[in-house]
Structures are given as structure tokens and as C-alpha cells.
Unconditional design. Structure first.
Length: 373
């Protein structure tokens, strides 16, 4: 039943501000480097994860091939990406997913490096540097030392549950070529990743499945019609309530389907997307209280995995013209997890010997199965 959320949007990067561009010692580098959004540290399960993107553009008329990408803290190596790990962390701008050899950049091409780096325990750098190694067409090996980039500071918002009860599975994959993490929207001349930390919440039934009976019938999904809750006190800052299921003629503007953007303070907005037609109980500028029922789970907009609640936090009230920000959940109970996306097709059962674990102030790890009290 489950298919990962796909996006057919053609991605264009228009007028992204250049934050820095450095040359190699011999001055022969034509590789421009940008970090459009400040790196952040997110708490995912038991790990502190360093999350950001590096955009690299080849201004040579001939091709260059990226061979290594080093992340450093005060000139001390944190992690080195090479081989298959480097390839899986890169995506060529404007190219189809899984483009062969994303390390190779012809003249004028751009590639994005996606960091989702688990930091060692106790490690919390305030800034990072990069050393990018590459090979030119004539076989010369070069490297580029990039100036230090400051990591964004500030505590993430501590939020209540967006849904109640459970069990719910937290569906996302930071490495998936079509997943939330890697979908770039260029709106009003600026490239952004609004769903950088998004989770698709799907409910499991007593049989451990995502739906009963005919899975193509929306109402057979265990998620469909479930209450959507305010994660904090806030003000409704954006809303769309009039799209049908299924939503015809999907465009970028209505990809979110029926949605609510809730201003939760501190320049952060919580998004609830794909809401059921006719279920939204609030209006623009309404003040709401944490735990208040806002709407029901549905399947409007761009939906390829049945009824579910798409939830994320960003720095603006537009579903796509904003940068995704980390958040943490105040509390939940982790029941277990699915082993893979393929396993979602089979009933979930708790693994032998696995006990429910109370969690607080983190984001559930990918494919975690949780219950909200």
C-alpha cells in the first residue's frame, strides 16, 4: 500500500546568494561553493545530527569530478565522505533522481551535498569548515578549503503531539532521493527546502497494517479522519480548506493540499498538510490552544502513500516558500520500528524482547512506531 512520496517538480535554483567562494592555493579552481541555509543540529532519537546543504557549481568549461568531501571542526576532521557514501550524499540540480555519477560536473552544472551527519557523543561544534577534493579533466587532483561556516544556535521548539493515541509510524528517510529532505523549491528567486525535517504520520490498526480491506479506498486507511491537534498555543497564519480528494491538476502551489500553518512563536510555523475536505475547524488569525482539534487527516494535494498527516516546522507561513527547521516532541512512547520501507507492506509486530520506551525532547527516528499518551 505504501509508496514513498514522489515529486515530479522540476527544480530550478534561481539567484541563490553566494555566501563564499574560495580558490585552491594555485588559483586554478573554478568550483563555487554556497551554503544557502545555516547548518543546524537536530536531535533525532539518541543522536545529535548535523544537517545542512552545500551547493557546488562548476564554472570551468570542462568537467570536474568530486572525489572527497571532508567536514572539519577547527581543522580537525569530523568526517570524510568518499566512494559510495559521497555518491549517496549528492544530487545533481535539475537532473532526475539517481542520476548516474553525480560526482561528475560538466561545465555550468550544479550539485547539492546533503549532510545528515551523526555527531560523536558530546560533540557540538559552533562552526565547521570543508575541504572539497576533485579531479579535473586532465587528471589533476585539487582540493578547495572553504571558509568556516557558523552553525545556527537556539533551542528547537518543544511541541506536543500532532495526533493522538496510536500506534503511529513516523515515515521519512533523509537519504531518499525523492523524500522530503531533498525536495528543493525555488520560489520568488530563492531556493528552499521547507520539509527538511518533515514526518508523514500514518496510523497502524490492531492488525499492524496501515489499512484494512481494499487499500485503495481512502476511508479504509486507519489514518483517515483521525483528529489533528495543535502542537502548541498559536495563531493560524495560513490556511487552505477547499481542495477535494483526490486533488486534480496538482501544481506546486497546491502540493500541500488542504493545510494549516500555525504560528507557534519565535519565527516558527507548524504545518499540517493533506487535510480532509470539510474538516478544518479554524479560520485565519484564530488563536488556538495546545491540544485543540484543528482538522482531520485526509489525502488532499500531492499524495502517493494514502491518507496521512504531513507535519513539519519552518521559518515562514508558506508551505513551500520557507526553510524547514528542527523541532522536538515533548514526549511519546517508542514501541519499536519498521526495518525498512518495504516492510511497511507487511503487518508490524513488536520485536521479541523490545520494550516500549518513554522518550522526550527529540524527533522520532525514521520508521519509528510510537504512541502518544
Amino acid at each position: 500500500m505504501y509508496r514513498h512520496r514522489l515529486h515530479t517538480l522540476v527544480i530550478f535554483l534561481v539567484s541563490v546568494p553566494v555566501l563564499f567562494a574560495q580558490s585552491t592555493a594555485d588559483g586554478n579552481s573554478f568550483l563555487e561553493v554556497q551554503i544557502p541555509a545555516a547548518p543546524v543540529i537536530a536531535r533525532i532519537g539518541d543522536q545529535a545530527i548535523l544537517v545542512y546543504e552545500v551547493h557546488m557549481t562548476n564554472f570551468r568549461p570542462a568537467a570536474v569530478t568530486l572525489t572527497r568531501f571532508d567536514v572539519l571542526r577547527e581543522s580537525v576532521l569530523l568526517h570524510s565522505y568518499a566512494g559510495a557514501e559521497l555518491v549517496s550524499s549528492l544530487a545533481r540540480v535539475g537532473a532526475p533522481p539517481r542520476t548516474p555519477d553525480p560526482q561528475r560536473l560538466e561545465g555550468g552544472q550544479r550539485v547539492i551535498f546533503y549532510s545528515w551527519l551523526a555527531l560523536p557523543a558530546g560533540e557540538a561544534p559552533s562552526a565547521i569548515q570543508h575541504r572539497i577534493s576533485f579531479r579535473t579533466n586532465d587528471g589533476r587532483e585539487q582540493s578547495l578549503d572553504v571558509a568556516a561556516t557558523t552553525i545556527a544556535r537556539g533551542e528547537p521548539p518543544v511541541l506536543g503531539p500532532p495526533v493522538r493515541g496510536g500506534p503511529w509510524v513516523a515515515i521519512y528517510d533523509p537519504g531518499h532521493s525523492n523524500g522530503h529532505r531533498r525536495v528543493v523549491f525555488a520560489i520568488d528567486g530563492k531556493a528552499r527546502i521547507p520539509a527538511r525535517f518533515a514526518i508523514d504520520w500514518l496510523k497502524l490498526g490492531p492488525d499492524g497494517r496501515l489499512a484494512h480491506g481494499d487499500e485503495s479506498v481512502l476511508s479504509n486507511s486507519y489514518s483517515y479522519g483521525e483528529d489533528v491537534l495543535a502542537v502548541a498555543d498559536g495563531i493560524v497564519a495560513g490556511i487552505e480548506a477547499n481542495l477535494p480528494e483526490p486533488t486534480p491538476n496538482i501544481s506546486t502551489k497546491i502540493e500541500a493540499g488542504n493545510y494549516i500553518a500555525l504560528d507557534v512563536g519565535g519565527g516558527r510555523f507548524a504545518f499540517y498538510e493533506h487535510l480532509k475536505p470539510g474538516s478544518i475547524r479554524v479560520k485565519l488569525h484564530d488563536r488556538v490552544r495546545a491540544g485543540q482539534v484543528l482538522a482531520s487527516v485526509g489525502a488532499t494535494g500531492s499524495v502517493f502513500s494514502g491518507a496521512h498527516l504531513h507535519f513539519h516546522v519552518a521559518d515562514g507561513s508558506s508551505p513551500i516558500a520557507a526553510e524547514g527547521l528542527p523541532f522536538v516532541l515533548r514526549s511519546y512512547r517508542r514501541l519499536g520500528s519498521f526495518a525498512s520501507f518495504e516492510a511497511l507492506e507487511r503487518p508490524w509486530t513488536q520485536a521479541a524482547g523490545e520494550e516500549p520506551t518513554a522518550r522526550s525532547r527529540d524527533i522520532p527516528s525514521p520508521l519509528a512506531v510510537v504512541r502518544f499518551d
